[in-house]
Design a protein around this ligand. Structure first.
Ligand SMILES: NC(=O)c1ccc[n+]([C@@H]2O[C@H](COP(=O)([O-])OP(=O)(O)OC[C@H]3O[C@@H](n4cnc5c(N)ncnc54)[C@H](O)[C@@H]3O)[C@@H](O)[C@H]2O)c1
Length: 467
């Protein structure tokens, strides 16, 4: 049982899959500095299952229904509320927790639309409480190494980024099995998923986004596609579906969540909460194929692409800078192509721990007694949370209207996040090495041309010699 009375106290709202990442860390690795006091959820079965799971870890906590959130706060007076509920509910709990005197750590996305985002920003300013957004992707060794290389000026100031994220045929459809496939609940994948990616780009280049133009379509997870695949009797859920044996996206939740026979799963309780919904159902109203062009205040621009039915899962990024190019492809070493020298590779240490090695580092930063100084400034607050979701929200508006959107029109007057100092497009460039490189390349090209002329001349004279 947890007994450390001087530890920071935490209440968690939303006890689904993701909450365990935090609650287990509080009860295990970070038990010396943290204490879990209460959990809250709208689903009584989810609460029951969480109480059992956390009880097995020695937790001495109370469970509260979502309607009793204020009473829970008044009773336990937690220092921090951890928000791990469904995306469309984040704003309510973030604001209410701050109004009731608590700091907040929220899962991404901070929220799903501009009005909710504005409310969070205003409430934070008014209450003076702290709001952190747990952007775990920033803490992946690969992401952190990219930030270090860009900060060191390996390719100068960033002018252009091409970012491709491919969700494979297991991960991609899993979003369409659940609430994530409904815009009102998740903001669509340009918000729910791409918030990770847009935040990374904002973090890497240390700039604020200004404008967004996007295209997006439901191309694959459609009733018409099911018919084309010969699936003519799809049911609303995989459980009980007549096409279960044929459908490539059949989702067996019982196999995924081994519960004793007869025991209900949390997802069985609430009809809004099934996690084996048909991926081809009519109610899906989010795009499965998305492209966005984002313009930054510095003049940098980003070409972003997210596909949900790729052959495999990968993230490929190309950065163009004023001094060269950086390629980060899948799990391979980074390749840097400087303007003034040969390509070189930068290996990245193997990831240890969940989510590409990010999880233990993020947890230490959130819960550690004295997290080490972080020159990359990975800790994100509501300003960074807003900047990332607003790209996705603007992209959704752009898809709906066919027009370019300005971030400032959605939430005017946002404060700039805590960016590190980065090379600027307006910085002076040390021209000598670049011109030496250009001169060397010119010389090589001249040599190639000269040799080609000689070979041509040889072949021209050959017949005469033979004769
Ligand atoms: N950073 C990451 O890598 C990562 C990974 C997974 C999930 N997440 C985020 O974590 C959050 C939770 O995701 P999950 O996968 O655990 O989802 P989930 O569906 O498994 O769990 C969400 C929980 O919230 C509860 N809930 C729904 N409406 C509520 C309400 N009004 N009040 C209180 N509780 C409510 C549900 O009953 C459920 O128990 C989401 O915001 C998601 O984006 C982040």
């Amino acid at each position: 049982m947890q007994t450390n009375s001087r530890a920071k106290t935490y209440a968690v709202v939303g006890v689904g899959g993701r909450s365990k990442f935090y609650t287990h860390a509080i009860l295990k690795e970070h038990a010396a500095t943290t204490r879990l006091v209460a959990i809250c959820d709208i689903n009584p079965i989810a609460l029951e299952l969480a109480m059992e799971d956390l009880g097995n870890l020695g937790a001495n906590i109370t469970a509260w229904h979502a309607d009793e959130f204020d009473t829970m706060i008044a009773t336990h007076r937690p220092d921090v509320v951890l928000v791990t509920s469904k995306d469309c509910t984040h704003d309510h709990y973030i604001c209410r927790a701050m109004e009731l005197g608590c700091d907040v750590i929220t899962e991404k996305p901070m929220t799903i639309d501009a009005a909710r985002c504005r409310r969070i920003i205003d409430t934070r300013r008014r209450t003076g409480r702290r709001c952190r957004v747990a952007f775990n992707y920033r803490y992946m060794p690969r992401s952190t190494r990219i930030k270090e290389l860009l900060m060191e000026g390996a390719i100068g100031a960033i002018t252009s980024v091409v970012f491709t994220y491919n969700l494979g045929l297991i991960h991609g459809p899993s979003y369409f099995n659940r609430w994530h496939a409904e815009m009102e609940q998740s903001g669509g994948l340009l918000v729910h998923k791409a918030t990770h990616h847009f935040d990374l780009v904002n973090f890497w280049i240390g700039e604020n986004p200004r404008s967004v133009f996007a295209c997006g379509k439901r191309n694959y997870f459609t009733p018409a596609m099911a018919a084309r695949m010969g699936l003519r009797n799809c049911g609303p859920r995989c459980s009980g579906c007549l096409e279960a044996t044929l459908c490539p996206f059949y989702s067996n939740i019982r196999a995924k969540n081994p519960a004793p026979p007869g025991q209900r799963l949390a997802g069985d309780f609430d009809p809004h909460y099934y996690n084996d919904l048909c991926v081809f159902r009519e109610a899906v109203n989010i795009p499965d194929t998305m492209h966005a062009l984002v313009g930054y205040e510095s003049g940098a621009m980003v070409n972003y692409n997210l596909v949900t039915f790729g052959d495999k899962e990968y993230m490929n990024i190309t950065f163009h800078g004023t001094l060269g190019r950086l390629e980060a492809r899948g799990e391979t070493p980074f390749r840097i192509y400087p303007h003034n020298g040969p390509m070189y590779e930068v290996p990245v240490a193997n990831a240890v721990g969940g989510h590409g090695g990010a999880d233990p580092v993020l947890l230490e930063d959130l819960f550690g007694a004295a997290p080490p100084f972080d020159p990359c400034r990975r800790a994100a607050d509501e300003r960074a949370g807003a900047m990332s979701i607003l790209i996705g929200i603007a992209a959704n508006h752009s898809i709906a209207t066919g027009r370019q959107m300005l971030i400032d029109d959605l939430v005017p007057g946002l404060d700039t996040p805590d960016h590190t100092v980065m090379p600027r497009i307006t910085d002076d460039i040390e021209i000598a090495p670049v011109s030496a490189w250009i001169a060397r390349r010119r010389h090589e090209a001249d040599e190639r041309r000269r040799k080609a002329r000689l070979t041509q001349a040889d072949s021209f004279t050959a017949p005469a010699t033979l004769a």
